[in-house]
Design a protein around this ligand. Sequence first.
Ligand code: C2O
Ligand code: CU
Ligand code: CU
Length: 485
Amino acid sequence: MKLSRRGFLTVAGGTGAALTLTNCGLNPSPAQAGELLRSQAPLPEPFKVPLPIPPVKKPVRSEAGVDYYRVVQRKASLEILPGLTTEVLGYDGLLPGPTFDVRSGRTTVVEQVNQLDVPTAVHLHGGHTPAESDGWPLDLLMPPGDHQPNTQRAATLWYHDHRMDYTAPQVYRGLFGFHLIHDDEEDALPLPAGDREIPLVIADRAFAEDGSFLYPAAADGPGVESSYMEGVVADVTLVNGVPWPVHEVDAVRYRFRILNAANARRYELAFDKGPATFVQIGSDGGLLDAPIEHETLMIAPAERFDVIVDFSQYQPGDEVTLVNRLDNNANVLRFKVARKAADDSSIPAKLSSYAVLPKPTGVVRRKWRFRRSDAGDHKGWTINGKPFDPAVMQAQVKLDQYEVWSFVTDVHHPVHVHLAPFQVLSRGGGKPGTYDAGWKDTVDIRPAEVVDVLIKFTAHKGKYLIHCHNLEHEDMAMMAAFETV
Ligand code: C2O
Ligand code: CU
Ligand code: CU
């Protein structure tokens, strides 16, 4: 029997370095897929370092309708833990990479220069992107320009590495960043802006004694060490690349675009002290039609939530901390309310003309089963019983027609589709869940659940992917190719 190199058994008996990692062997929380990886380095006191804002990338030149950029993927030594250095793989040597701040309707052409000693493939997550620029996991030689037509509406997208079998360790080491698209519809809204509009990327990481990233790579090839097949969750929470930062705010409304860039960790974000809540105004694919208020925010890997938080409910001098309910209220980020200030922002009752689509009848239906397989040639994570094979198209999908896709799980899987956003029609046979509103490109599917979505692909013919965005699952083959025709 030939076992896939990404299968469960390929590292059978794997001894050596991997076993020196501290592995508690328990799920940190029943709601959390993954194994906890503990840092060996001394960890800093939280809330000492100010929250950094990733720099906005400037084009090298612009012409009618097109902005040209150049990004160098390189190693850099950053001081993430005080007094230690961490070697990162970064876009422009940064973690997170620079933020692309672009307009709907203007094309972005990015020259990606790879100065790393590993191959990479850049993918714009949530992008309506031609296949040749979508970051196919085997397109390892960078094309002269990665074309992002940005034809879609305003939304919080992100870009990250997508190299086959190595996405998890390469994203873990730093290859991710924001790509924000703006448009006139969104600009016309009286939402908090300027330094009151803040992107927040949350990711957990573990550090070795010398400050380097700790990652349980398989000793004998691609993928993760077998005891971390469920996913790597770690004990340091980075926000915008800094462990447990602190941010001073005025007692006014702020807009936060929150991205979960963790490999496997899900967060249920909450404030340790009321009365602040999260007023959701957007999801993965842009603005909702109307705001939704949440007491806590459940966010799976790769999901984005665009929210407004009103700090005018606090007094100057108050401190309020964002915590993770799924991890015993572990710290994430602290806000210090500094002073009262004027605020001319508001949250309109109607945000966007985005339409909730009627449930169509007589459309093509497809089932995508996300399962662990312990039988047959491949023992590992599969979709419809098959491990990822870039040569096999699991579906031919016609452009410009609605389809209903059902995602079926065994354990927790955050399911992501390239090229087209979708709307959740039903969860577990009932109504969509609290966090399912709007246009999504990633949807968190709980154990033994079925989620139906309505999807339509447009404009671009080619090979695309559907996969689990738990990056250890993805690298261990929980990915499928399909072709738009
Ligand atoms: Cu964010 Cu195919 O990935
Ligand atoms: Cu994607
Ligand atoms: Cu998964």
